[in-house]
Design a protein around this ligand. Structure first.
Ligand code: ATP
Length: 453
């Protein structure tokens, strides 16, 4: 996708109700976006596709939904208080502030090369709990969903009697005070993550890292991303976080170049080790912080070895917002229809489409046609295929154009034939081919269930 098309995509997202600037009427708030009527549907469908693949279709993963506000000690022992920072530089001329590793020695605002030395800027957002304002009241908005999975590890094991290997999945909001939010919803300050922490026996970690890399690439393809637009980047030893044994970035070809969609990391025994009391009882591989506050050992029984072990962790971690942007970029098509006609069509995979079927009346001022449309809407919305919308613009051409632009796979048109001929039938128009077929209304439920299965 070209940069100019990216501008058109951003404007379509606002015009059609996918994504709005947060606090728009007050001039916005940098790095924050709101999801509109179609955005919330698309986002929910992406989350459902992830949950289905990671939890429902497997037998070795449990789910979790933990609090966003996080005890300071969790983020102290996880290492975030000390090290969750990006290098920041100031431009001495225009006073702009930037992430040192994102610029090329020159201020992107004014071009000056007079920059301060980089210094670490902690990205966590602080808040306080309770009525007394002091350091003891400090808590954080979580910078990743993963930490609660680690701190709840023992409770989940006790509640489910899981044995290794198994995983815990979570989708939820995370917050980072990014120095320079940019590229629409790619880098924002409040976003959603979908993370799996997959616990394995030490020694089996490399095998599982490879399995999860392949699994996650396939998932992105299943969401409609062409393989040529996906790239795997194995981080070099000098790029790895100090606790990681390996990390693979899955990158997508955004209009500004390949950039990270998801990381698949081998975090060894670092996280569970850090939150464990009496660490010296375990033969930890990662260099952990001594823990004086934890009440628990985050270990599990290894029946083969007949001992307690702290598992290694493989972590596929994706951003829902970044994923949504990739899916929108990939789906956006401008088509030349000949004779000076063109259309914009969003070829979003049907399981992700915000609206599955749009019911379009041929004439909105015909009470009989409108009554039939309402009757069909009542019937079809009970099928469980997702959102069925009743279109009411009164102009069939405009309705098709709108639904092409928002990615509705099928438009169902009720016309005079529907009312006059037996057996009763409607027209179904396919978004991608624009072909129309006639289907008897009695056959619609079976047809649509099969189509959206
Ligand atoms: P980056 O290098 O781009 O800052 P990261 O390597 O710090 O990202 P992780 O900590 O690995 O990111 O987070 C896992 C995933 O969460 C990322 O792959 C990305 O999809 C998403 N993510 C991280 N930060 C943001 C953000 N500021 N806005 C939107 N999504 C984000």
């Amino acid at each position: 996708m070209a940069a100019t098309q990216m501008e058109q995509l951003v404007s379509l997202c606002k015009r059609r109700g996918f994504i709005f600037q947060n606090s728009d009427i007050y001039g916005g708030l940098q790095g924050l976006y709101d999801y509109g009527p179609l955005g919330v549907e698309l986002k929910n469908n992406i989350k459902a596709a992830w949950w289905r693949a990671m939890v429902y279709e497997r037998d070795d993963v449990e789910g979790l939904d933990a609090a966003i506000i996080t005890n300071r000690k969790v983020l102290h022992y996880s290492g975030h208080e000390d090290t969750f920072s990006d290098p920041m530089v100031d431009c001495k001329k225009c006073k702009g502030r930037f992430r040192a590793d994102h610029i090329d020695g020159k201020c992107p605002n004014c071009g000056s090369t007079e920059l301060t030395e980089p210094r670490p800027f902690n990205l966590m957002l602080r808040t306080q709990l309770g009525p007394v304002v002091n350091e003891d009241a400090v808590a954080y908005l979580r910078p990743e969903t993963a930490q609660a999975i680690f701190t709840q590890f023992k409770n989940v094991v006790d509640a489910t009697s899981r044995k290794l290997p198994f995983g815990i999945a979570q989708i939820g909001k995370s917050f980072r005070n990014e120095i320079t939010p940019k590229n629409f919803i790619f880098r924002v300050r409040e976003f959603e993550q979908a993370e799996l922490e997959f616990f394995v026996k030490p020694g089996e970690d490399e095998k599982w890292h490879e399995i999860w890399k392949q699994n996650r690439i396939q998932w992105w393809r299943d969401q409609g991303i062409e393989s040529d637009n996906l790239k795997i980047y194995d981080q070099q030893p000098d790029e790895l976080a100090h606790y990681a044994k390996a990390c693979t970035d899955i990158e997508y070809k955004f209009p500004w170049g390949f950039d990270e969609l998801e990381g698949v990391a081998n975090r060894r025994d670092y996280d569970l080790g850090n939150h464990t009391k009496s660490q010296e009882e375990f033969n930890l591989e990662a260099k952990c912080h001594e823990n004086h506050d934890s009440t628990t050992k985050l270990c599990i029984r290894d029946d083969d070895e007949n001992k307690w072990v702290i598992p290694f962790v493989i972590e596929p971690s994706m951003g829902i917002d970044r994923g949504m942007l990739a899916i929108l970029v990939e789906a956006y098509n401008e088509e030349d229809l000949g004779n000076g006609n063109s259309r914009i069509v969003m070829k979003i995979k049907k399981h992700l489409a915000p609206i599955k079927v749009a019911i379009v009346p041929l004439k909105k001022n015909s009470p009989e046609i409108m009554a039939k449309c309402h009757e069909l809407k009542q019937k079809l919305m009970k099928l469980g295929i997702g959102r069925v919308a009743l279109e009411n613009t009164g102009n069939i051409g405009k309705a098709y154009r709108r639904h092409d632009e928002i990615g509705t796979p099928l438009c169902l048109t009720v016309d005079f034939e529907t009312l006059e001929q037996q057996p009763e039938s409607v027209t179904l128009r396919d978004r991608d081919t624009m072909e129309q077929i006639r289907v008897n209304t009695a056959d619609l439920p079976a047809y649509l269930r099969e189509y959206f299965a």
